[in-house]
Design a protein around this ligand. Structure first.
Ligand SMILES: Cc1cc2nc3c(=O)[nH]c(=O)nc-3n(C[C@H](O)[C@H](O)[C@H](O)COP(=O)(O)OP(=O)(O)OC[C@H]3O[C@@H](n4cnc5c(N)ncnc54)[C@H](O)[C@@H]3O)c2cc1C
Length: 394
């Protein structure tokens, strides 16, 4: 007879491992299926920020910002070796669209939503210190705001969460590719390929945490389940062999379209990102484009001309990831970053799919997923509390 689990999770990104850890801590039998490696997808290609998302205030996403800031506080406590507060700088020039009063209002609101917890302060960098800001051009500079937010290594964080899940008894088929699933009234039969063999297992709930592949996975489930209207939007970062900023992270505005861009240190390199490019091919083929590189280097030249001159002596490395955003008209920059959970049926769901979301809020999303499927799961005894389990580099 096929093995039986409480949860089978497709996808070893931050959402899959976060749900695996929380479910295993709650005493459930968990199997994770991951076709490549932990964090091989989006969860190693993000901007690596554990943040409330200051710019989401512009689109009124207050609930998301408050929840993210709450999660930032939790991750700083649980994973101090993996998540660190960094000083962010926002320069304002004569031609910057976001004027100082807007930024000051936003930063005050941001601090308030963080509950004035650690790292919630902000202020202005005195003009006599502008010359020490990592080569930031001072021509036309009017103000420089500072505040704090979190930075991590996204893949290392996902591996740490997965290591914790393993310690709590979660099982994995890795690599293993989900092939199809059949929903029955009281269980789901899952087929997957591992070691060139087609395997089968049974589960009370199938969790589709396949990130940009989630719609593909959902379409392989019978009887068919609704697949929401989502759009994939590519985001690219460049890594330059230039001196990484030593004073923190810079939050600059693209002169072309007003988008907010980060310039930051990452593992000894200078990282700049990101872009937003509508994406229509299969998620496996995502790759940075020459146009994105040109766009990002143009912004670096505008704000850090000397750094750009030395940093582009050798071609930059680049990586691209895919956001899963709600479909619809208008620019992706203004679309909701909320996580969307879709179930196959309201009562005792057998399949739950996660569309979109943030690295920062993975713990909250995992908690939401478990609450949503609780009625479909058997009674089990919790063996640990994830709110007190430290996350350490694996
Ligand atoms: C450019 C960019 C920048 C971002 N920056 C930030 C940021 O700074 N801060 C923040 O909080 N969030 C950020 N995000 C959002 C965040 O990165 C994502 O929400 C998060 O990583 C998504 O994780 P996931 O687990 O849903 O998906 P993924 O990490 O993509 O994981 C899905 C996994 O499913 C596996 N899979 C797919 N199909 C199958 C199959 N058939 N069988 C088995 N396995 C399968 C894949 O191999 C993959 O590992 C950013 C996103 C992008 C694109």
């Amino acid at each position: 007879m096929a093995h039986a689990f409480d949860l089978v999770i497709v996808g070893g990104g931050i959402h899959g491992v976060g749900i695996a850890q929380r479910a295993a801590a709650a005493g459930y039998r968990v199997l994770l299926l991951e076709k490549a490696a932990i964090a091989a997808g989006t969860s190693s290609r993000s901007s690596k920020l554990i943040h409330g998302g200051l710019r989401y205030l512009e689109t009124g996403q207050l609930r998301l910002v408050r929840e993210s800031l709450h999660e930032r506080t939790a991750l700083l406590r649980l994973a101090p070796e993996l998540v660190r507060l960094r000083r962010f700088h926002i320069p304002v020039y004569a031609d910057t669209r976001r004027r100082p009063w807007i930024l000051a209002t936003g930063l005050a609101l941001y601090a308030g939503l963080a509950g004035f917890a650690g790292g919630a302060g902000f202020g202005l960098v005195p003009s006599k210190e502008w010359g020490a800001l990592d080569g930031l051009t001072t021509r036309g500079l009017e103000r420089v705001f500072w505040y704090h937010d979190g930075q991590t290594d996204d893949a290392a964080l996902a591996r740490a969460v997965w290591a914790s899940a393993l310690r709590l008894g979660a099982e994995a088929a890795l690599p293993a590719t989900f092939i199809s699933a059949e929903r029955r009234d009281a269980e789901v039969v899952v087929r997957y390929a591992a070691d060139s063999t087609l395997r089968e297992c049974r589960t009370k709930v199938l969790v589709n945490a396949a990130g940009p592949w989630a719609a593909h996975v959902a379409r392989e489930i019978t009887p068919a389940i609704p697949v929401p209207d989502v759009e994939l939007v590519q985001g690219t970062h460049l890594l330059l062999q230039a001196a990484p900023p030593a004073r923190g992270i810079y939050y600059v505005e693209s002169p072309r379209d007003g988008r907010a861009i980060f310039v930051m240190p990452f593992h000894g390199a200078l990282m700049i990102g990101t872009t937003e490019l509508r994406y229509r091919a299969g998620p496996d083929e995502v790759t940075p484009t020459a146009g994105e590189s040109h766009y990002l280097l143009g912004i670096l030249r505008r704000y850090f001309p000397d750094v750009a001159a030395t940093g582009t002596a050798s071609p930059p490395r680049a990586f691209a990831g895919l956001r899963v955003l709600p479909g619809g008209p208008g620019h992706a920059f203004h679309r909701s970053r909320e996580t969307h959970l879709a179930v196959d049926r309201e009562q005792t769901p057998r399949v739950i799919s996660i569309y979109g979301g943030k690295l920062t809020t993975f713990r909250a999303t995992a908690a939401q997923v478990l609450r949503r499927i609780a009625s479909s799961l058997p009674a089990r005894h919790a063996i640990a509390d994830v709110d007190t389990l430290p996350l350490t580099p694996a």
